[in-house]
Design a protein around this ligand. Structure first.
Ligand SMILES: Cc1cc2nc3c(=O)[nH]c(=O)nc-3n(C[C@H](O)[C@H](O)[C@H](O)COP(=O)(O)OP(=O)(O)OC[C@H]3O[C@@H](n4cnc5c(N)ncnc54)[C@H](O)[C@@H]3O)c2cc1C
Length: 486
């Protein structure tokens, strides 16, 4: 097996002999989709003793799951403060705990003896584009004390000691978050699921399902399957089996690139070993293969060849780390994530025996693992904790109009965070100039023998600051609500 990030072996890429379902079959659980979600459910259910068949239209990891970064964090795409506001503190805490268990499921699976060359390493740094350290303190307290999550706050100086750029300010360091080779993990997961007894059939698209009876019927072009439970884990590509479900997801294609080797200077400029992501979800990077930079940045709401975005990745690296010069991009990859309108994954039972596990968005590693545990344990043990997701209904994502609106909202969000970043850097420069001015004034006073003079008591010195930005207008997502009934 190859141990580099720049090449994925034939077997890993899904070109080994694939087994297609060519005969009728009975199983306890039929999982549709062999991405992170489908395979996590298959693994957990097979370990708990169920007979499981996974039906995959293309090959294992064909979409996002086989083309992703591999950073594993606790939590969800929906920020914690919004989660608490939506469902209350206690339920938010329980969901957060489940998300941490999901991350630990990945950690246990990704042990080197299970997945040789998976390259698990600890520590993730989330950096801020704006100078808002005061907000950081309450967030750290909440994570540490209320959500039992180990985190450390880094001042801007410490962030800049390991990342030589003035783009980022303070940071939140997660010592228990980790990363693996994201493109290998899904294939390791498939191997573990097979070993646990699950059967995985590739090139086997599901074209329709009949979920009305106790034994449900699943139709593929070459064979039929009967199962007591169907799990829909097809993400945005599910299509015909339950089209209305696909329409609850806004497809967002994400892309990443890997540079040519950059030599020792890379470590002088980036001294942090794990993944770095900015708090606005624009940049996500880490060093791989010793001296290459893996960088995720652009996203679109239409499908495109990842190679098209090599120039964009290159320019983004240059913007953040101009000292690296003109880097070459040797590899590009990407896939479609399914984002829900409310930002939380879709996990639960739609009707008796019909389950959904999708909408994992940009944070699918821990959340899909959590879905696997929750659904398998509910089917086999009667564990009902998936109901914590009930407040997050299936909301229509707006079809084609929703995609355009989603792209606009995304661009708006990124543009406003870019503006906030520029403003923060401007303030910082203004403060530095102010300090220099004061030092020069003090020096001049000393030279003139007058010493520092106090301003009259009713006149206070004004700090140098740029004009305050006008409050941004709120952007309402254009999506309409519609429940997906059966
Ligand atoms: C560039 C990039 C970087 C990312 N980085 C990270 C990261 O660092 N950390 C993180 O947590 N997340 C990350 N993500 C997000 C993560 O990859 C996704 O959330 C996750 O892979 C979604 O998994 P899934 O199983 O739901 O979907 P998918 O990977 O899309 O799998 C669904 C599968 O179902 C199959 N399917 C669909 N319909 C049918 C049907 N009718 N019949 C049979 N099969 C069907 C498809 O062929 C597909 O293989 C990243 C994503 C991208 C694109």
């Amino acid at each position: 097996m190859s141990e580099t990030f720049t090449s994925v072996s034939q077997e890993e890429a899904g070109f080994r002999d694939r087994v297609r379902l060519s005969f009728d079959l009975d199983a306890d659980i039929c999982v549709i989709g062999a991405g992170l979600a489908g395979l996590s459910i298959a693994l957990e259910a097979a370990r708990l003793g169920a007979s499981v068949a996974v039906l995959e239209g293309r090959h294992v990891g064909w979409n996002a799951s086989g083309n992703q970064f591999g950073t594993v964090m606790p939590g969800f795409a929906l920020p914690l403060a919004d989660l608490i506001e939506r469902i209350g503190f206690e339920d938010a805490r329980e969901l957060w705990t489940l998300s941490k268990e999901g991350a630990e499921f990945v950690r246990a699976n990704a042990a080197e003896e299970n997945m040789p060359g998976i390259g698990l390493s600890d520590g993730v740094l989330e950096v801020s584009n704006v100078d808002a350290g005061d907000r950081l303190i309450s967030r750290l307290q909440m994570l540490n004390e209320d959500f039992d999550t180990e985190v450390a706050g880094w001042q801007a100086d410490r962030v800049r000691a390991v990342l030589k750029t003035d783009r980022y300010f303070h940071g939140v360091y997660y010592p228990r978050a980790f990363q693996v080779d994201g493109r290998k993990y899904v294939h390791g997961l498939a191997a573990l699921a097979r070993r646990a007894g699950a059967r995985i059939f590739e090139d086997t698209p599901v074209v329709s399902i009949d979920h009305s009876g106790i034994r449900k019927r699943i139709v593929t072009p070459s064979a039929r399957l009967r199962a007591t439970h169907i799990v829909l884990a097809g993400n945005i590509h599910l299509g015909a089996p339950l089209r209305r479900l696909s329409e609850t997801l806004l497809p967002v294609w994400r892309y990443a690139g890997i540079t040519a080797p950059l030599g020792e200077r890379l470590h002088e400029i980036i001294g942090f070993k794990g993944s770095v992501m900015d708090s606005d979800g624009v940049d996500h990077f880490r060093i791989v293969d010793g001296d290459r930079l893996m960088w995720e940045s652009p996203e679109t709401t239409w499908a495109a060849r990842p190679q098209r975005f090599a120039g964009l990745v290159k320019r983004r690296i240059r913007t953040i780390f101009p000292q690296l010069g003109d880097v070459g991009i040797t590899d590009m990859f990407g896939g479609a994530t399914g984002q829900t309108v409310h930002g939380m994954p879709q996990i639960g039972q739609l009707r008796k025996g019909l389950w959904v596990a999708s909408g994992f968005g940009r944070q699918g590693m821990n959340t899909s693992a959590m879905a696997g545990q929750l659904i398998a344990r509910s089917i086999l043990w009667g564990d009902e904790r998936w109901r914590l997701f009930s407040p997050f209904e299936l909301v229509w994502a707006g079809g084609a109009t929703g995609r355009v609106a989603g792209q606009l909202v995304g661009i708006w969000g990124r543009a406003s965070s870019a503006a906030a970043g520029s403003l923060a850097r401007y303030r910082e420069r203004a403060r530095a100039k102010d300090r220099e001015r004061e030092a020069r004034l003090a020096e001049a006073n000393r030279a003139a023998g007058t010493g520092p003079r106090r301003p009259p008591s009713d006149v206070r010195p004004r700090p140098a600051s740029p004009p305050e930005p006008r409050p941004a207008e709120s952007a309402e997502p254009a999506a309409r609500e519609r429940s997906v009934s059966q």
